[in-house]
Design a protein. Structure first.
Length: 118
RNA sequence: GCAGUUAUGCAGACAAUCGCGUCCUUCUUUAGAGGAUGAGGAAAGUCCGAGCAUCAAGAGAACUGGGUGCCGAUUAACGAUCGGCGGGGGUGACCCUAGGAAUAGUGCAACAGAAAUAAACCGCCAGAAAUGGUAAGGAUGGAAAGGUGGUGUAAGAGACCACCGCUUAGUUAGGGAUAACUAAGGCUCUGUAAACUCCACCUGAUGCAAGGUCAAAAUGGCAAUAGUGCUUGUUCUCUCACGCCAUGAAUGAACCGCUUGAGCUUAUUGGUAACAAUAAGUCUAGAUAGAUGAUUGUCAAAUACAGAACUCGGCUUACAGCAUAACUGGCCAG
RNA sequence: GCUGAUGUGGCUUAGCAGGUAAAGCACUGCCUUGGUAAGGCAGAGAUCACGGGUUCGAGUCCCGUCAUCAGCU
């Protein structure tokens, strides 16, 4: 049953978000790292049957509205392309002025990241 | 048409597909479906002023610290706003202005210059010289002993005169800052208070991460009529209050605070204006890793600065592309 | 969200009641040594974060921006 629900609900819901500061710290310490030019990916195996994603953009990258826009675009890309294939915990960290990128540039880089992980 | 000044407004709209926060309805309770609604002129900086909350409650005095500073009005309040006055800038429309007191006292004014708050280097005049008189001219400086022109004189000097400036007094106008006029003084009185200071007025501190609810029993430590806490800069007077702290106990954004408010829109009236009064209508985000995105089409082009976090009133800073109104300048053409 | 602090040569710091910006390390040249280090002598290097104001004159006083760094669940 749960598997079916998971297949249907590909959208980004609250269930699929990391929220606690503890979890973030844990994943930053223990996770495996993958890089592209503007993004880092941290992955840790989860004990639950769903995946979770957190987004991390530091204040240095841009002003508040730019950071919000980047986060929305990342969420949108992950929702449409259905990127996370395993039930792990992920953090995507933006760096190196990722706020200046287009939607399409972000898309290619994120797809690259997840394929590298495979 | 060109250059400019001031004020005001907009800050994409519509359609389609997928997707997000909150609320409501429904059936069902892991969840789904439908509907409504969903960021700004600065939401920013956190520079001022308020509400609200806590510091157990309150009245007062002294000192200290901080702020404001032409006049009148507006406002819940303000360092804000409006209208004036004085000063400065611009050909002009118009703009800028922390603008009380320098005879209460103290400090500072480098270098240059003879000399910087105090008189004499060169000079001019008299004289044989010693010396005396003088401040017109010279050089320095931000500032040099009222300025310009004349009379006068040995040479000169407010010594005297005219105009201008300054100080004091008076009259008139004005609600006042102040202005105009008259008379006198003959000029004695450098600048700096955004240096200390004086004068007048204002001022407790901390901030929603404030603070409250769930929250009780029980145990341990300290204290015992003195102690603790007192208006969180210090000291004092008076009315006072009470056992205090830790564990229990959960670092949880779980619930409240959290959105109806000095609210918004329109009209009328009063006022030069800021603004106020009255009437009618209206409810318009409430998140908590933090809600608005992606793709396509049409409009000439939609692209700037930028994202609510308890709430209001201002200020400051950022800003693509426009639109509207009033006014100024000179040029060209008629 | 709230509250503070700091910006001075390449680096680390001085500087005050406003009057020509100081030191150490580093750098350049010369001396010393057979050579290097150390040492000695000389030299260069700053729009005092940026923009206004007060003042005759601001690194310093006042106001506003920007950047950096701390602290508070």
């Amino acid at each position: 049953m749960e598997e079916k629900n998971y297949q249907h609900n590909t959208k980004e819901r609250a269930d699929h978000r990391l929220k606690k500061n503890k979890q973030f710290n844990y994943i930053f310490r223990k996770g495996e790292k993958y890089h592209t030019k503007n993004f880092n990916l941290y992955v840790v195996k989860s004990k639950y049957k769903t995946y979770k994603i957190g987004y991390s953009i530091s204040k240095k990258e841009g002003k508040a509205n730019q950071r919000n826009l980047l986060k929305r675009r990342m969420k949108e890309i992950i929702r449409i392309n259905n990127l996370p294939k395993d039930n792990h915990n992920y953090i995507i960290q933006a760096k190196a002025k990722a706020c200046d990128l287009d939607y399409k540039q972000i898309e290619t880089q994120l797809i690259k990241l997840f394929s590298e992980k495979e």
